[in-house]
Design a protein around this ligand. Structure first.
Ligand SMILES: [Ca+2]
Ligand SMILES: [Ca+2]
Length: 96
């Protein structure tokens, strides 16, 4: 009975499709969860310092420690260029 066989195949396909959809939804959920976790980690790493604003320079800080904390909170790539050109990991050596 080729007709019945075909029908079964279609049902199996529909099931597999549903399963794939469910898996994709689960994955999207897991990805969102991971994103949320990463955001929470980056927030706790920054120690409450908001490093997402406009570019900061050494003149925006009153002490070297303050600039250092900000540079460390903004990540290893030093997007605010507070390390200067020596790239020794010390921010704004000119500050007290
Ligand atoms: Ca800067
Ligand atoms: Ca430096």
């Amino acid at each position: 009975m080729p007709d019945l066989k075909e029908k079964e195949d279609i049902e199996i396909d529909a099931k597999a499709e549903e399963e794939a959809k469910r898996k994709a939804e689960e994955q999207a959920k897991a990805e969102e969860e991971a994103k949320r976790e990463a955001e929470a980690v980056s927030k706790s790493n920054s120690g409450g310092i908001d490093t997402s604003g406009a570019d900061r320079d050494c003149g925006d800080f009153s002490t070297q420690a303050e600039a250092q904390a900000f540079m460390e909170a903004s990540g290893p790539s030093d997007p605010h260029r507070l390390d200067g050109n020596d790239n020794d990991g010390l921010a704004c050596e000119s500050l007290p």
